[in-house]
Design a binder for this molecule. Structure first.
Ligand SMILES: [Fe+2]
Length: 477
């Protein structure tokens, strides 16, 4: 295993070379510009912050312990706080001073015979769901952890008032902007593999559930929400479960890509959570969808970041944890027209050709017609395999053009998050946490969502380096 802290070639590595350092609630210094008057609320972000313990490195970027950054924007200015999610496993490992558990891409230490059916660590590192009374740190293989919205104190595992034992709650929930209902899913492995669907009210309480039997276990990370439908694209893959249970391979190593099977398309009714149609299309892999809606012809229009297969993107993400990436894994933005009555893809087109990830839209447009998808993208002159996403783009589906906020050499923004202007909901800002590899510091940047290419409106200094993170959300006041 290479020693990441000795690698200096790629500036992005600095953000994950050492375990992140927590900080208590701290007023943030404005390094540039001014905090907009209409920006009031909290930015929350989650990501793997500790990638080593006791001299051992994790096996995959997904294995790092989650830490949450909260930045509260009030009339008094901005204040930030950064805390690890104190899961039961995190506390045990902290006490032991070493890793004790298996995760997605690594085994627990010790002899193989001890690994049989061993409990996985809840990494709590993938996303956050801000509810009126609590913040949930989401992972996708188990239940979430609840935290205090203000001070990020960990309260414990949360079942959202209706999650049965062993049922997972995934990281890519969707909130219906019209009703406040929250839709999500979880794939469970028991006697059979099930896609469990959940609807919660605006408080997070689960009020409706259903389950659909899948033919095999695949990585289902995200889905598409529209006013009438929930749409899942099940990648053509299976898992060799026995070697995982025996402790011979990790989950990450146990997936078999089988493109001959094609991608399964499952369309569910939003009201009943029951299957409407099932189809098949070309093989590909996706982690994330941007958005979807039903057009006047009754077709679902959706966008996603599509990869040619699972193996390359998984290998690349594994390499990220080592600080040395060499596998090309180019996801690009595609748009699909899908007939929900038959689950048949009517048209499919690559619309943005640069390597990109983390497609997001304004929360008010989730499931609704939308024009702009915001993305993290690779800078124009960056190396496809060795460099990290270094810019943010806004893709315009109407004009089929994009504008870009290039953060500059050796700077790496996180997923863009849209924060609406409380004084004028038609306008808003893009918030991103930027790691500056030149100065080895992290900042929060506030960009004008309509003028991404312009200089940031505001930059806030953070007290410590925030490692590259996965997902976040904005909670308005
Ligand atoms: Fe994700």
């Amino acid at each position: 295993m290479p020693e990441v802290n000795k690698i200096t070639k790629n500036a992005w590595v600095g953000a994950i070379a050492q375990p992140a350092v927590e900080f208590s609630l701290t007023p943030l210094k404005v390094a540039f510009g001014k905090i907009p008057l209409g920006l009031r609320g909290t930015l929350y972000r989650n990501g793997p912050a500790r990638l080593e313990r006791g001299g051992r490195r994790v096996g995959h970027w997904f294995d790092g312990d989650g830490a949450i950054l909260a930045v509260h924007f009030t009339d008094a200015g901005a204040a930030g706080i950064y805390r690890y999610v104190q899961t039961a496993e995190y506390e045990m490992e902290t006490k032991a001073g070493k890793f004790l558990y298996s995760v997605y891409g690594m085994h627990a230490p010790g002899p193989i015979w001890k690994r049989w059916n061993q409990q996985l660590k809840n990494a709590a590192n993938t996303s956050v769901l801000a509810l009126p009374e609590k913040l949930l740190a989401l992972w996708e293989a188990t239940k979430p952890y609840a935290l205090d919205l203000q001070n990020l104190e960990t309260k414990g595992l949360d079942d959202l008032g209706g999650l049965d034992d062993e049922l997972p709650y995934s990281a890519h929930y969707k909130r219906d902007p019209r009703t406040g209902d929250i839709f999500n899913f979880g794939v469970s492995i028991g006697n059979d593999v099930r896609l469990n669907l959940y609807r919660s009210d605006r408080t997070g309480k689960i009020v409706q559930k259903s389950a659909y039997k899948l033919e095999q276990f695949a990585i289902v990370h995200d889905f598409v929400f529209t006013e009438q439908y929930l749409v899942f694209f099940i990648p053509p893959m299976r898992v060799k479960l026995l070697p995982v249970l025996l402790g011979l391979t990790t989950f990450s190593e146990a997936f078999v890509w089988q493109p001959q099977s094609g991608t399964q398309v499952l369309v569910f009714d939003r009201e009943t959570l029951s299957l409407v149609s099932r189809g098949e299309t070309d093989p590909w892999f996706q982690w994330h969808f941007g958005n979807g809606f039903v057009d006047s012809d009754g077709l679902i229009i959706l966008d996603l970041v599509r990869y040619s297969d699972f193996d390359q993107t998984n290998q690349y993400l594994k390499e990220v944890a080592t600080g040395q990436t060499h596998t090309p894994a180019k996801g690009t933005l595609w748009r699909i027209h899908l007939d929900p009555k038959t689950a048949k893809v009517k048209a499919m087109q690559e619309v943005f050709h640069r390597k990109c990830e983390f497609p997001v839209v304004q929360q008010s447009q989730v499931g609704q017609p939308w024009r702009y998808t915001y993305l993290s993208v690779l800078r124009q002159d960056a190396d496809l395999t060795q460099d990290f996403l270094g810019a943010i783009a806004r893709y315009d589906h109407k004009t089929e053009t994009f504008v870009e906020a290039d953060c500059g050499k050796n700077r790496y923004p996180s997923e863009p998050i849209y924060a609406p202007d409380i004084e004028n909901p038609e306008q808003g800002w893009i918030l991103t946490v930027v790691y500056d590899g030149n100065s080895h510091r992290s900042e929060v940047w506030v960009l004008d969502a309509d003028k991404l290419e312009a200089e940031p409106i505001c930059k806030l200094e953070l007290p410590s380096v925030i490692p590259h993170s996965f997902h976040g959300c904005w909670k308005s006041v």
